[in-house]
Design a protein around this ligand. Structure first.
Ligand code: CIR
Length: 264
């Protein structure tokens, strides 16, 4: 179960500069202390599964650097350093690279200069790598990713991120080897044919960005009907406060890289 059993995670503590973090709609500034407390809860739950969690120091120069998922794609075969499409986030990828080189033998890089791709647009299942083009991920980025993983076992399939949605995974998550949590609007695009799909409840679309991490499903708190659907389906759910990251369009997946490296 390579798609949800992991020995490691990397997180980065929120920086004070988070107040300058990117957001599609301004709903007010995040409260740093509250975000730090939610972040600590998140790391505690990851550790509860027995995984080693590496907590990196805040990077003040990069307001969105708490959202480490966008900087790399980590597979059992190796890691690929992304090229974030948001100019203010481009440098975050280079900051992550040495930490992955310390754990992986095979680290590759999306070279650019015209290719952009962020980890939030990539959903890895047991059998394939789904990538949605978005405002942050372009055709060049998808094409480079396809070339970079060509000698690894999982193929890339291009899918569509719904208009106005930040990342493909803003609207979906992997729950187990064959089950996806998805908003109805994303599922309607047909991209999950062959998978079992559980829908987020009406009005709870923001709960779609969850993560399956070993035996647990981590989801943002405050979405009771979707939580109950996951509990009824037999998942062991942990709810984490996400009010502050949500102001910056961030959720559960954005806050970690999750992987089982081949030793360096
Ligand atoms: C951004 O706009 O890049 C950040 N404020 C949020 C990134 C969320 N990351 C993710 O969904 N993987």
């Amino acid at each position: 179960m390579r798609s949800f059993r992991f020995t490691h995670a990397i997180t980065r503590k929120p920086a004070k500069s988070i107040l300058q973090g990117l957001r599609a709609v301004d709903t007010g500034n995040p409260d740093l202390a509250r975000m730090q407390s939610h972040h600590a809860d998140y790391v505690t739950v990851l550790r509860e599964t027995g995984a080693a969690v590496i907590e990196l120091d805040p990077l003040e120069a990069f307001p969105d650097s708490v959202f480490v998922e966008d900087t790399a794609l980590c597979l059992p075969e190796g890691a690929i350093i992304m090229r974030p499409g948001a100019p203010s986030r481009l440098g975050e990828a280079a900051e992550m690279e040495p930490h992955l080189r310390a754990l992986y033998q095979d680290v590759r890089r999306i070279d650019g200069p015209e290719s952009f791709i962020e980890g939030g647009d990539i959903l890895v299942t047991e059998t394939e790598i789904l990538v949605g083009r978005s405002a942050r991920t372009n055709a060049g980025g998808v094409a480079e990713l396809i070339r970079k993983v060509a000698d690894w076992p999982l193929a890339v399939r291009e899918v569509h991120t719904p208009p106005g949605v930040l990342h493909f995974k803003t609207d979906c998550s992997l729950l187990d080897g064959e089950t996806i949590l998805s908003t109805k609007r994303l599922h309607a695009s047909g991209c999950f044919n062959g998978y079992r799909v559980i829908h987020t409840a009406e009005g709870e679309e923001a709960s779609a960005n969850a993560i399956r991490f070993n035996d647990l499903v981590l989801m943002a708190s405050g979405f009771d009907r979707t939580r109950d659907a996951l509990l009824n389906a037999g998942f062991d759910v942990r709810e984490i406060g996400n009010s502050e990251c949500a102001k910056l369009d961030g959720g559960m997946s954005c806050l970690s890289l999750r992987f089982t490296p081949k030793a360096a």
